[in-house]
Design a protein around this ligand. Structure first.
Ligand code: SAM
Length: 227
């Protein structure tokens, strides 16, 4: 059984012949997709030898030899042109690291690539990168798992220009639209925290104006989205 977070990632992966899961560690995601017949072949990439060993053990345990390949390498380096990868999944890392991996491996992306991404933090950084490179966000998901809110983003290359507002980049164009109970809970929680920090800063002797302004503008952004 997958964790709630992983299941929500898996739910966004379309049926495909070949996927590459980057930073795969235990390879739970590609293993699930293979065992459920959603995909036919998986490349599980890892930059570190320890986690790569976990992939190898999982392949043996589930007898997925010939269906999953463990490859050592940095980011999208493990993807070769003749693999004909249709979907790239990157989950469980910061949005900044996911962005770096995509930026460094941009040559491996083409108009047919579907990206399924799950940043632990800094979702806005990742969405900005997607917009800049004409990847349209076609689905999003949000779950709460072990007291942490996780967002999933599915994106596809688009030949027309993709434009998102700052608010859409910060909150997710689809998540913001859907206003699910989990989405509301996340941002109400953030708003409360933001207000607590603001109150403290306003009382402090240093009274850091720039910081206060930033928090105040984020506060009104959150209030607008939640209303
Ligand atoms: N994807 C799994 C998940 O969502 O549960 C594992 C997440 S684990 C926290 C992050 C993994 O990414 C680590 O095993 C780490 O070695 C790997 N990683 C970090 N940077 C990477 C890179 N540049 N290329 C490939 N793997 C990377």
């Amino acid at each position: 059984n997958l964790s709630k977070r992983m299941q929500a990632v898996a739910d966004l992966v379309p049926a495909a012949k070949t996927i590459a899961d980057i930073g795969s560690d235990h390879a739970y995601l590609p293993a699930y997709l293979l065992l459920n017949g959603i995909i036919q072949f998986a490349i599980a990439g890892e930059v570190r030898k320890g986690p790569l060993k976990n992939v190898t053990l999982e392949i043996e345990r589930l007898q997925l030899q010939g269906k999953m390949e463990a490859r050592l390498g940095d980011g999208l380096d493990v993807i070769h042109a003749n693999d004909q990868v249709e979907v790239i999944t990157i989950a469980g890392m910061g949005g900044e690291l996911i962005t770096k991996i995509l930026e460094r491996g941009i040559d491996k992306l083409n108009s047919g690539t579907t990206l399924v991404l799950q940043p632990n933090v800094d979702e806005n950084i990742l969405r900005s990168w997607l917009m800049k490179h004409n990847f349209k966000i076609i689905a999003e998901n949000i779950v709460v798992d072990a007291n942490h809110y996780y967002e999933m983003i599915k994106a596809q290359y688009c030949f027309e220009q993709v434009v998102y507002s700052k608010t859409e980049l910060d909150f997710g164009p689809i998540l913001k639209q859907q206003q699910s109970p989990i989405f509301k809970a996340k941002w109400n929680h953030r708003l409360k925290k933001n207000n607590e920090i603001l109150a403290k800063l306003k009382k402090s002797n240093t009274h850091p104006v720039t910081k206060i302004k930033k928090l105040e503008s984020f506060k009104s952004e959150m209030e607008d989205v939640l209303n």
